[in-house]
Design a protein around this ligand. Structure first.
Ligand code: ISJ
Length: 312
């Protein structure tokens, strides 16, 4: 029997809707799911310890020659995101010479913060470390916090200045920002196209189930994360799990900014997985009218499909 297809899941609330089908139906035979913070998943996909994973957009820019993107799947927002924050004891403009703690779980947000600082001519000492609670920034001027720690933590008690990085980006560029993407190693696409197709069709079905269960997801999130229901609703309204043209535009502009700053060698053009059958890549022109990973074709008929059909 073939080894299972290894999938990576970000262990934050932000992806609950995408993995709702997995939570509800279980992990299909032949697949494995590993949950970890984004930076850890980036490293695992780079090292070949995962086959398909949610990753930081910045990691894609570095690995675009080896990875392909899953169409219509991203973690983006058009304006504030609520879970990617620069917290500080002083205003952003006064940060020159300060030491900031950067969450080691992030690559996209970390690169975005470096970009904002450089753009403003602010030279800071950046210390990549664990940033989960305000105590983790003890003795520092401020820091970058992402994910559930950002959304749920009591940051404003210690840090009077809080900046939502996606909101800063929107104010400066007028564009959406895409923090996360889903990537597949090219090697695996070529070697195991059928299994990759099945895994991706399950992933996209899982998201479709989640999109139709947002009320339940919000209720569960409020209870498990001790959040007010309105905050959870607000949060999921900020997030967009697709990749509409405006988000691709934001992504491409972000890559160009990263290249201009010298953070990456070259701004890649996003290349999406086109067909599990041919493995042919397409440039950023995924046509939703022509779904390439078609559930009916590539998903094995069986209990998941029946259950899912009732849910979607
Ligand atoms: C929206 C968020 O974006 C996350 C931030 C990432 C990064 O900075 O590398 C990667 C994936 C996203 O899960 C969040 O942290 O909640």
């Amino acid at each position: 029997m073939n080894s299972p297809v290894r999938l990576g899941r970000i262990d934050y609330l932000n992806v609950w809707p995408v993995y709702y089908g997995f939570d509800l139906l279980g992990i299909p035979d032949g697949m494995m799911l590993h949950a970890a913070p984004p930076a850890e998943l980036n490293g695992m996909l780079e090292e070949g310890l995962l086959d398909i994973s949610a990753i930081s957009a910045f990691a894609y820019a570095k690995n675009h020659k080896d990875w392909m993107l899953v169409p219509d799947l991203g973690i983006g927002c058009d304006g504030r995101v609520m879970s990617v924050l620069l917290v500080s004891v002083c205003p952003l403009e006064s940060l020159d010479g300060a030491t900031l703690g950067l969450s080691r779980e992030s690559e996209s947000a970390a690169s975005l913060l470096r970009f904002f600082l450089r753009e403003r001519g602010l030279a800071c000492m950046l210390d990549t470390r664990r940033v989960r609670s305000p105590e983790d920034l003890e003795g520092l001027t401020g820091g970058l916090v992402i994910g559930d720690a950002a959304l749920c933590g009591q940051w404003s008690e210690r840090f009077p200045y809080i900046y939502d990085l996606a909101e800063l980006w929107k104010n400066e560029t007028g564009l959406p920002f895409v923090f996360g993407l889903w990537a597949v190693r090219r090697e695996v696409v070529l070697q195991r196209p059928e299994e990759v197709g099945q895994a991706l069709s399950f992933l996209l079905m899982s998201k479709a189930i989640g999109m139709n269960a947002m009320k339940l997801i919000c209720q569960r999130a409020a209870v498990e994360k001790y959040l007010a229901p309105e905050i959870v609703k607000d949060y999921f309204n900020c997030l967009d799990y697709g990749l509409p043209p405006s988000h691709i535009k934001g992504l491409v502009h972000y890559f160009q900014c990263m290249e201009e700053m010298g953070f990456i060698d070259e701004a890649p053009e996003p290349v999406f997985l086109n067909s599990h059958a041919s493995g042919l890549p397409v440039k950023n022109s995924f046509d939703p009218e022509r779904p390439l990973i078609t559930m009916q074709k590539s998903f094995p008929a069986g209990r998941y499909q029946e259950k899912a059909a009732a849910l979607i």
